[in-house]
Design a protein around this ligand. Structure first.
Ligand code: HEM
Length: 526
């Protein structure tokens, strides 16, 4: 009854309000099951702008009077729970979220820098997820600004050095550990023809380690591979729980997640990081900023570094998987991208890893337009990030030339670009991978239309406006570098009888979706 009485009533002129009839839960279940379909259905019913009440939710189950396990499970898995199992639905605080579904309205929303704030939301979610005190709490004057400034070290001229370093690290990891160098995995591969592997696992081990070495430096050369495997193992465990932590489920309800997070944070304690060599300017600068605050403990500083680890690999690894997966599945695309690479590098047809290692410069990377298109196409198909802003006051939000909508202080304004990425009016056959979709007449294609009007924003895997991902240029570079080396060194095919990889929607709204399960692939040195 309290819930019914406390329910929001729609005010004159406000967008249609969708609250659902499950007390406190609102439309969270529908959203979680298939956010894309949920939003499209509501757009058809209510138009381009509507407000939905959504809470975070989580099922915890108990078996035979004993605490058994805890995890988020999709509603369609509930029937697998045996009769002796009792389960409890836990909810985190709900929010009224106003979705803007028409991409022609996006530019207008982005102009509201002052009234629609990103950092308030980030400052609530990131500390609870990664375990450091909120940056904007007043205890750390100017820290937010200093951190924002440090992001410049991921861009512009600094990218050249980062790209060089990443290239060397990719060569190191790939050649030593996988392609017949000194590493245990590589041994025996050379000369044996085709080898098989799990594609996601492969992308994960190479990109995780090479990205780590590029940003944080080399912790202990002698134990490089085994140390990294342990770090990655813990990281994956944490990452599995990431959507729940972002959904504001308290960490103490998530089984061993707190202990795993503590282990990960300890890895980045200042006294350890001081001994690492070749740390990037970006991470070194962040360490300097954190050192300025006596109010931060060493563990807090380490937690900040851990958060950047998540930001730098959490999306890049699945993005790399999809970029490679689609190419391997479409050999014509793979060959076209490989041909472009040979042309730009002016290399002979085959370039096995026995040859001196290949270095692709930043300048050459920028010339790989077809590869760029292929990577962007895979990002279009796999990204499901939600762009969130919190209204700082009651105000009237101008949507376009004719329309505006009143917004209440504290409400969330959300853009969900996946619906744009999959809109058949903007992208013909949106479900189909077309590696050359973003290239026309030898140049990047930038004109995409909705209702006959040219779109300013048509690809948004990296967010938008003030909160746009500062690592986006580095990310695209490193994915391209990874593809360059693989296409030069290896023949690649899917293993026989592999089912099509499917997107796992459990982290819809949070970035690049993972595949529901790994796929087998075959590779052979060229
Ligand atoms: C933020 C996507 C790689 C560092 C974000 C956001 C998205 C995103 C969607 C939030 C933007 C918003 O809410 O508007 C991606 C994708 C990547 C990627 C798809 C790979 C394909 C990276 C890399 C780094 C990085 C490699 C670092 C080296 C960050 C940071 C933020 C961020 C620090 C927070 C920015 C802030 O607080 O203002 N990223 N990212 N990202 N990303 Fe990335």
């Amino acid at each position: 009854l309290a819930w019914l009485l406390g329910r929001r009533r729609r005010r004159e002129g406000e967008p249609p309000l969708i609250q659902g009839w499950i007390p406190y839960l609102g439309k969270a279940l529908d959203f979680r099951l298939d956010s894309q379909a949920f939003l499209k259905n509501n757009q058809e019913k209510y138009g381009d702008v509507f407000t939905v009440y959504i809470a975070g939710w989580y099922l915890k189950w108990f078996n035979s009077n004993q605490f058994c396990n805890s995890s988020s499970i999709a509603a369609d898995q509930v029937h697998h729970l045996s009769n002796s199992t009792q389960y409890v639905l836990l909810l985190s605080p709900g929010k009224y979220m106003t979705f803007i579904m028409n991409p022609l309205m996006y530019p207008s929303i982005m102009k509201y820098g002052r009234q629609l704030d990103f950092h308030e939301f980030a400052d609530q979610v990131a500390p609870a997820t990664f375990g450091y005190p909120a940056v904007g709490s007043g205890r750390f004057p100017e820290m937010g600004d200093q951190i924002q400034r440090s992001f410049r070290l991921l861009q512009g001229e600094n990218l050249v050095l980062l790209a060089e370093c990443m290239m060397a690290n990719l060569n190191l990891v790939l050649r030593q550990d996988f392609l017949g160098g000194e590493g245990e995995r590589g041994a025996g591969v050379v000369g044996m023809g085709w080898s098989t592997g799990d594609l996601y696992d492969f992308c994960n081990s190479v990109m995780f380690e090479a990205t780590f070495l590029t940003l944080y430096g080399m912790p202990a050369p002698a134990r490089r591979h085994s140390d990294m495997a342990t770090l990655r193992h813990h990281f994956t465990k944490f990452d599995d729980m990431f959507p729940l932590l972002v959904g504001r489920i308290p960490i103490w309800l998530l089984g061993r997640t707190k202990a795993v997070r503590e282990t990960l944070i300890r890895y980045f304690l200042p006294q350890r990081m001081m001994c690492w060599s070749n740390t990037s300017q970006f991470i070194a600068r962040r360490a300097e900023v954190l050192e300025q605050y006596d109010t931060l403990s060493d563990t807090d500083k380490a937690a900040h570094h851990f958060a950047i680890l998540w930001a730098s690999v959490g999306n890049t690894v699945p993005a790399t998987f999809w970029a490679l997966y689609y190419l391997i599945n479409q050999q014509e695309a793979l060959q076209a991208v490989r041909n472009e690479l040979h042309q730009v590098l002016k290399l002979p047809e085959a370039q096995g890893p026995q040859q001196p290692e290949v270095i692709v410069s930043k300048e050459q990377l920028d010339q790989l337009l077809l590869m760029d298109s292929a990577v962007n196409e895979s990002l279009r198909l796999s990204s499901a990030s939600m762009n969130i802003r919190v209204a700082q006051e009651d105000f009237s939000l101008r949507l376009d030339e004719e329309r505006s909508a009143p917004v209440r202080k504290g409400d969330v304004i959300a853009l969900y670009p996946q619906t744009m990425h999959m809109d058949p009016e903007i992208f013909t056959d949106p479900e189909t991978y077309k590696y050359d979709r973003f290239i026309e007449g030898g140049r990047e294609k930038t004109d995409f239309f909705k209702h006959g009007q040219r779109l300013k924003y048509y690809r948004m895997p990296f967010g938008s406006g003030s909160s746009m991902c500062p690592g986006r240029f580095f990310a695209i570079n490193e994915i391209k570098q990874f593809l360059c080396l693989l296409l030069l060194y290896l023949d690649l095919e899917m293993a026989q009888g592999q089912e099509k990889a499917q997107l796992d929607n459990s982290r819809a709204g949070l970035g690049i979706l993972l595949p529901t399960k790994d796929v087998r692939f075959c590779y052979r040195i060229r």
